[in-house]
Write a protein that binds this ligand. Structure first.
Ligand SMILES: NC(=O)c1ccc[n+]([C@@H]2O[C@H](COP(=O)([O-])OP(=O)(O)OC[C@H]3O[C@@H](n4cnc5c(N)ncnc54)[C@H](O)[C@@H]3O)[C@@H](O)[C@H]2O)c1
Ligand SMILES: O=c1ccn([C@@H]2O[C@H](COP(=O)(O)OP(=O)(O)O[C@H]3O[C@H](CO)[C@@H](O)[C@H](O)[C@H]3O)[C@@H](O)[C@H]2O)c(=O)[nH]1
Length: 429
């Protein structure tokens, strides 16, 4: 099929490369010129495992092309929209990129065409977009909601092995078009109306975020009553009704999706006259988790003022270079406010503008450089490198009292303590 993808971010680029790899002819429109030039040259603008090979193969084989010109959406059978839907400061979803693209589509698309909305948009928006932008072409542009559930760091695997494909559409023909697009992917199709499909995305992210905040609250309670969250979470998760995933206690969730989508859903609820108290608590617990870590460190060091702290991990999770809404950046900001001097290291993170204004810290090229003469280290991202590093050497180069705050409960406390460190985890009495 001839497909155009608008937006070459994590979602759009993965979609474009994977669809080209599946044999479709894909034109990807990205209005950021430097990004577009890199991509046309076969180079990735961000790290994502397995994506580089697919990009190079697609470009070389002529199945995949990139352009800054939106006119290239003309004469394609399918248009996939994958532009950003960031959060405004009040939590409302910023739909500026969506409206921009819809204006272009309404002017340029040659019918008949299926418009697949992959960006995460508020429930109800698809119907509004059709009325507002597509009314003149009604019946000729089939609008489909097809939310994306991929995770950064394993996006290509998630693309080819999704747990389900959600399709919100108004006609059986539109559903069939989406099915042919994904004909090489084995997954159950969940077909429903457009608003319901949009809701599935928010409900899924909100539920996963709820699991994380719930386990973090149990972890906080574990510390107070003298229990250990590790065996607690493992045993709780063994109940098939609960499930063991997303029960890792620590500094809470970050990234480009959970923070913005939970706040977005809260805003949507309020707008519709519903007070989503549970979700409000999830958001609050997540914000508090970072503050608790700083308070804990302050207690362990008596005071943070004048102390040198090493932050190990800047990306919001391992396997990605993305620092959007990363807990580490908030923690660095709070430490700086308390008068601490911060050094940081991450094996992969790239500090891009989309992560917002950066706090002050010294970026180091290796973990030992960050740890040199530091009084404490905080593990903010559970990179394998931190688990495997030479902690004996780290002890020698750090300054007393040599506190390790394991914000992701990823180190072996016995080993770390046996080397002479003061160890503290999250929820581990
Ligand atoms: N990142 C994820 O893991 C993920 C997973 C599932 C769903 N989503 C959702 O998918 C959407 C995209 O997320 P993302 O992380 O890929 O965003 P992103 O910000 O990384 O990428 C969006 C891209 O679209 C481009 N763009 C914006 N307007 C354009 C236009 N008019 N023409 C051409 N290009 C344009 C931007 O320059 C940018 O490169 C969001 O709604 C997000 O919530 C993201
Ligand atoms: O038990 C856990 C699991 C995750 N996290 C944190 O939660 C955040 C998000 O992790 P993850 O879900 O793996 O990353 P994302 O790539 O942001 O993916 C989420 O957000 C995407 C965008 O909407 C969705 O498509 C995915 O399905 C959804 O998992 C990270 O900061 C993790 O450290 C925890 O604290 N504890």
């Amino acid at each position: 099929m001839l497909v155009s993808v608008i937006g070459a971010g994590y979602v759009g680029l993965v979609a474009a490369c994977c669809l080209a790899n599946s044999g479709h002819r894909v034109k990807c429109v990205e209005h950021d010129r430097s990004k577009c030039e890199m991509l046309a040259g076969g180079l990735l603008p961000f790290y994502e495992e397995g994506l580089g090979d697919l990009l190079a193969r697609g470009v070389k084989g002529g199945k995949l092309s990139f352009s800054t010109e939106i006119e290239s959406i003309k004469n394609t059978e399918i248009i996939i929209v994958a532009v950003g839907t960031p959060s405004r400061p009040d939590g409302k979803v910023d739909l500026g990129q969506i409206f921009g693209v819809m204006t272009d589509i309404s002017e340029l698309a040659t019918e008949p065409v299926t418009l697949i909305m992959k960006s995460t948009v508020p429930p109800g928006l698809g119907l509004q977009l059709q009325k507002r932008f597509l009314f003149q072409k009604s019946g000729k542009i089939a609008y489909v909601s097809n939310p994306e559930f991929l995770r950064e760091g394993r996006a290509v695997k998630d693309w080819y092995q999704p747990e389900r494909i959600v399709v919100g559409a108004e006609t059986p023909e539109a559903v069939e078009t989406v099915k042919s697009l994904y004909s090489d992917i084995e997954a159950p199709f969940c077909v429903m109306d457009i608003s319901s499909a949009e809701m599935v995305k928010y409900a899924s992210n909100a539920f996963l975020a709820t699991k994380i905040s719930f386990i973090n609250e149990i972890a906080n309670l574990c510390e107070l009553v003298g229990a250990d969250i590790i065996p607690v979470a493992r045993a709780v998760g063994m109940d098939g009704r609960i499930g063991g995933s997303f029960l890792q206690a620590g500094l809470g969730y970050g990234g480009s999706c959970f923070p913005k989508d939970t706040k977005g859903l809260d805003f949507i609820s309020t707008l519709n006259g519903h007070t989503f108290n549970l979700l409000k608590a999830v958001i609050e617990v997540n914000a508090r988790q970072r503050i608790l870590a700083v308070r804990k460190l302050s207690r362990l060091l008596d005071s943070l003022c004048g102390k040198k702290i090493a932050i190990l991990g800047l990306s919001f999770k391992p396997g990605t270079d993305d620092t959007r809404e990363s807990p580490s950046l908030d923690i660095i900001r709070m430490l700086g406010d308390e008068g601490a001097e911060v050094t940081a290291y991450d094996p992969m993170a790239v500090l891009r503008q989309n992560a917002g204004p950066l706090p002050e810290f010294t970026l180091c090229g290796d973990p030992l450089a960050a740890l040199t003469s530091s009084h404490a280290a905080v593990i903010t991202t559970e990179w394998r490198e931190f688990l495997d590093m030479d902690w004996e050497k780290a002890w020698k180069i750090m300054s007393p009292p040599r506190v390790i705050l394991d914000g992701r409960n990823c180190l072996d406390p016995h080993k770390i303590k046996s080397l002479g460190f003061q160890y503290a985890g999250m929820g581990r009495a």
